[in-house]
Ligand binder design. Structure first.
Ligand SMILES: *Cc1c(COP(=O)(O)O)cnc(C)c1O
Length: 452
């Protein structure tokens, strides 16, 4: 009998996060202050983030211990399973072995709580009573709502208006865990009021919601801001995924030839990938192919410019060197809301620049085809974001069928799609469309890049 799932004991859960910064062959470019254009200091960031999180952002040590109090909460859903996709392999008639690392089992249904609880914990330790954040489709907002509930922190979530109105259930999850959620742009901040003055029916964007959440946080002493993606410390927290997966591959007595994950801001991919990048760098597995998959309609890694840019629309965040489509770029309304971001994690950007990973983009309808094939073989209904990783995993398995190679493929299964049934409905009723690369809009947005 071939094993179907690989389950670690709670005692085998990682007790530290893996920090790749000291192992990088070249250091990351500096983060710049938005007003001075000079490298930011930890003090510059203190109005926004807990000191411990700022230290983690630039940490020189390779491993950072996970506090026991946090491990206890991780154990609510971790370690997560690694599955072998026997039924999908059979349907594809491929000699490849397909595995998926399954983050769906967290209470919020995705990988996002791995960082949300860590961020809530360190803010709580510092006496912070209130957090603000932004959310697109609502996955990060709901994860942080749950995390703040564990540590008695008040949370205000600025949710991109178009999603707030079209996707009410994530908002209800946030409220169930005790958070407040308002549509962005909102009348509660200057950034929001400016946007509403320009367009009372503004659909909002992630970049605009970030401006509102940051403005709110810096205006109050008891409040910090929390970001669910992009930054180094978020990827750091997500490395529990890749570290567990490596142990599970030892149980399975193999090692992946190919690792694929979807990228919005880059953190579920980063958390899965960097423990494998570590093995590339130390020479133990130099040939692993690691692939970041993004939507064709929001192609920061494959079509973006490598430049310093803001994380938000109003230009309140530090400047990050990253692949960007311009902070004024409004991505088309694709159903993978978690992948609609103009920028990219500077760390994932850097790994691509160094040739340690590769990137590809996929069109929307093809991702739903993959998600349906996955649901009809493996049973699980995946998040539209996750379907991007599944698409690329299936494509690699099909290549194996053609070449006869029996490669081992690992798919990062970042979350379930139970709150995304409207998107599946659109696909199943033939209403889903592909958006090609919005060439003109990107060009326009790139004209507005900050000069540094
Ligand atoms: C938010 C989200 C993503 C994208 O965010 P990253 O920071 O790139 O990981 C991917 N999958 C799911 C299920 C998400 O909720």
């Amino acid at each position: 009998m071939e094993k179907r799932k690989f389950i670690l004991d709670e005692k085998d859960m990682p007790t530290s996060w893996y920090n790749i910064l000291p192992d990088l062959p070249e250091p990351l470019p500096d983060v710049l202050h938005p007003a001075t254009g000079k490298p930011v200091t930890p003090q510059d960031l203190e109005p926004l983030f807990a000191r411990e999180l700022i230290m983690q952002e630039f940490a020189p040590q390779r491993f950072i211990e996970i506090p026991e109090e946090l491990q206890e909460i991780y154990r609510v859903w971790r370690p997560t399973p690694l599955f072998r996709a026997h039924r999908l392999e059979k349907a594809l008639d491929t000699p490849a072995k397909i595995f998926y690392k399954f983050e769906d089992v967290s209470p919020a249904g995705s990988h996002k709580p791995n960082s949300a609880i860590a961020q809530a914990y360190y803010n709580h330790k510092e006496g912070i009573k209130r957090l603000t954040t932004e959310t697109g489709a609502g996955q990060w907002g709901s994860a942080l709502s749950m995390a703040c509930m564990f540590f008695n922190i008040e949370l205000k979530v600025y949710m991109v208006a178009v999603s707030f109105h079209q996707k009410p259930y994530r908002r209800v999850m946030m409220e169930t865990w005790g958070a407040t959620c308002v549509p962005s742009p909102s009348p509660d901040t200057k950034s929001g009021r400016d946007a509403l003055a320009a367009d009372p029916n503004s659909p909002g964007s992630l970049g605009l919601a970030i401006s509102e959440a940051v403005e709110d946080a810096v205006s109050r002493d008891d409040t910090h801001y929390s970001l669910g993606s992009v930054l180094n410390h978020v990827i750091l927290h997500q490395t529990v995924i890749g570290q567990e997966a490596k142990k599970q591959f030892e149980m399975a007595d193999c090692y992946p030839d190919i690792v694929v994950g979807c990228v919005g801001g880059g953190t579920n991919f980063g958390g899965l990938a960097v423990p494998f990048v570590k093995d590339k760098l130390n020479g133990s597995h130099p040939d692993t192919q690691i692939i970041a998959v993004e939507p064709e309609s929001c192609p920061s890694l494959t079509k973006g410019l490598y430049a310093y840019d803001y994380g938000d629309v109003a230009g309140l965040t530090p400047l990050l060197k990253m692949f960007t489509l311009g902070s004024h770029f409004m991505p088309p309304p694709v159903h993978a809301g978690g992948l609609r971001y103009h920028g990219m994690s500077p760390l994932v950007t850097h790994l691509l620049k160094l040739g340690l990973i590769e990137a590809r983009s996929v069109p929307q309808i093809a991702t739903f085809e993959a998600g349906i094939q996955f649901a009809r073989t493996e049973g699980y209904i995946s998040a539209p974001e996750t379907n991007h990783a599944i698409r690329a995993g299936i494509d690699e398995a099909i290549k194996c069928r053609e070449s006869g190679e029996a490669k081992t493929i690992l798919i990062g299964h970042s979350g379930h799609g139970h709150v995304d049934m409207a998107s599946y409905d659109a696909y199943l009723s033939g209403k889903l469309v592909d958006y090609s690369y919005p060439d003109d809009k990107v060009k326009e947005a790139l004209h507005q890049l900050p000069k540094v």
